[in-house]
Structures are given as C-alpha cells and as structure tokens.
Design a protein around this ligand. Structure first.
Ligand SMILES: *[C@@H]1O[C@H](CO)[C@@H](O)[C@H](O)[C@H]1NC(C)=O
Length: 350
C-alpha cells in the first residue's frame, strides 16, 4: 500500500514537472518563429487608386490624419478598414495614415501595406513596447494585454508634432461613410470626441476595490462619467502633448499594477478614469460597436437601430476568423466586401 501510493506520488510529481516544463518549451518555440527573417504574412489583392473629387482642397490644412496599429495578427482587419475609409471618402487623396507597429517585422508589414495600397499617403512608426510592458496588468482577455493595444495612449508622442488632430481607429472595423464628417467635428475644447453611452452601467467598469476606496471613488466628482469606446476617437493630440495626458493615463495604470486591482479590462479603464464625462459626444452612428460579441464567447450580435457610419467588431469574435470558420454571423457579411485577403503563403490555392 505504502509503496503504491509513493509511486503514484512520483507519477504526480513527474506530471507536475512536465506541466512546468511545457509552457517554457512552447514559448521558446514561439520566440524562434517571431525571429524568423520573413514572417509569413498573408497575401492581399491590390486595391484600386482612389481619386479626389473636384471639390477637394489640396493644401496641408485639408489633410485628414488617421492612426491605426499594424500587427501581423490583425493585418487583414487593417487592410479592410483602410479600404473602407478610402472607398467612402470624397477626398481620399487627402488622407494621411499613421501606422504604429510594435515589432521588428515593421519593414515586412510596411511592404505588405505598400503593395496593397500603392498610392496611400502613409508612414509607419515603431511603437516601443518596452514603454508599456511593465505597466500592463492582466485583464480578462489575453488579446487585450498586448502592448500594441496600449499604443493609443502614446499616440500623441509617437506621431510627428505637426499633426495636431488625429482619428484613432481599431483594426476590427469598417467605415461606411465619408470620414471627413467625423474629422470635422467641433471638439469644443475637449481632448477626445467619441460616441458616449450614458445608459451603460458605468459602475461595472471598475471593481469594488475602486468604489469602496474613499479617495479613488472621488475621481469622478464633478463629472457625469459615461462609457465610451476607445477604438474610435478623434484626438486633439496637440493639447494631449502640451498637457501631458500620457502621464495621467499611466498614473492610473500604475495604481492598477502596484496598489490594487481597480478594473478588469485593458487599456480602456485608464482612459475612462482620465476622460469620462469630459469628452465631446459624437453621433452613435460613428461606432456601432460590440459586433464581435462579448469578451468571453464572441457570440453573434445584431445591429442596433439607427443610421450607421462605422461598424466595429469589438469583443472576442472577429469577422475574418468567423468567415474562415464557415460559421459567420450575419453582420460579418457586411465586413466581407472590404476583405482584400488573397491567400496565406502556406497554401497557394487561389
Ligand atoms: C449598476 O451596477 C451596480 C453593481 O452591480 C448596481 O449596484 C447598480 O444598481 C447598477 N445601476 C444601475 C443604474 O443599474
């Protein structure tokens, strides 16, 4: 009896060893893949050249600045987003794209974008993920913890200083209206313009830890804070730089990391802490969000009533993955017309 139980103990111990060793081994393999000289990016069709309408100006003041992140995992989404913006724009040649990339594969990503959009006015910037790595705390969804997800906090400091206003877009959306309408919003002195959702229960974005702390709970005093989605924002990056808003957002990330857990999501809550109740509200048509379902299951959602200028697959489900799985949601068919994906380099099956 004694002998038997000790063998099972040994068995258990070796199983534990295996479990401890496995993640180390697999992360080493993954690291090896990332280091490969030519990452296997998917292939895309070339988009047509979109030309300005006659009414378009051509001075620097007519430029519309759009910032997005660039990442191998979301590249298909980024391509679709860019195409959708160009296609619905009255003055597509006035668009200037600013892409933030976190990795050493930036040249590969750049050539991918360049060959898909040969006429695009764009620049790519290296976002140094070390700036944020030590400040990230684990959220409820792993994808939210990627350093690049925090790049929007550092956007103002990353793009050139002569850019005073920028539209920040996530990569899982398509624009189905002229972006100039969003660009032209009167900010009324606010730092950020975005759709506001005052019916969402704001309490739920923060933990009991937060609300029960008498000092922290006073954060929103004198404001009427409402949820807004940070995947679609018009940002006054000029004022952001001058008033050092990056530091203000970082301070909250430090509270979360070093003091106590005050929220569950990734880069969104620190934005809310600094800006909620103090943004310029724009029409809800500019962010029909949540089409990816929630953060756990990515269930199908239907559209909210009302006009739509932008469709956003925030949440766990992404339209390109669901379309590939042959189990798409109905709304995913609204994304499909902007898909420039041709094939993966693994399978030459066009
Ligand atoms: C919001 O959620 C909190 C926490 O669950 C709850 O106590 C509160 O009643 C809710 N407020 C509204 C307006 O539903």
């Amino acid at each position: 009896m004694v002998f038997r139980s000790s063998t099972s103990l040994i068995g258990l111990l070796s199983l534990l060893f295996l479990l401890l060793l496995l993640p180390a081994a697999s992360s080493a393999i993954r690291l090896g893949l990332v280091r490969r000289p030519s990452p296997e990016l998917p292939l895309f069709r070339e988009a047509p050249a979109f030309r300005n309408g006659e009414e378009c100006g051509s001075s620097p003041a007519d430029t519309i600045n759009v910032a997005m992140t660039l990442d191998a995992n979301y590249l298909r989404g980024t391509m679709a987003a860019v195409l959708s913006i160009l296609q619905h724009s009255t003055c597509p040649e006035n668009l200037a794209f600013h892409f933030l990339s976190a990795h050493d594969d930036a040249p590969e990503l750049f050539s991918s974008i360049r060959s898909t959009f040969p006429y695009l006015n764009m620049k790519i910037y290296r976002f140094d993920s070390n700036r944020v790595r030590g400040k990230i705390s684990k959220s409820i969804r792993q994808a939210l913890d990627q350093p690049l997800n925090y790049a929007r906090i550092y956007l103002a400091d990353t793009i050139p200083e002569d850019v005073k206003r920028v539209i920040y877009f996530d990569s899982d959306l398509v624009v189905v209206d002229d972006i100039a309408k969003l660009w032209g919003v009167d900010m009324e002195g606010k730092l950020v313009a975005a759709p506001e959702y005052c019916h969402a229960n704001f309490t739920l974005y923060f933990t009991d830890n937060f609300w029960s702390d008498p000092v922290l709970a006073k954060t929103f005093e004198g404001r009427k804070p409402c949820y807004f989605n940070t995947g679609v924002m018009v940002m006054d990056v000029d004022t952001w730089r001058k008033e050092r808003y990056t530091e203000k957002v970082e301070e909250w990330m430090a509270v979360q990391k070093q003091q106590k857990r005050i929220y569950h999501l990734g880069s969104l809550p620190p934005f809310l802490l600094v800006l909620a109740g103090n943004i310029k509200a724009v029409d809800h048509r500019w962010n029909q969000h949540g089409l990816g379902g929630d953060n756990f299951e990515g269930k199908c959602r239907s559209l909210h009533p009302g006009p739509i200028s932008l469709l956003h697959w925030s949440g766990k489900g992404k339209p390109w993955l669901r379309l590939d799985s042959r189990k798409p949601c109905i709304v995913d068919h609204l994304w499909a017309p902007y898909d420039l994906y041709r094939s993966s380099r693994h399978f030459f099956e066009e």
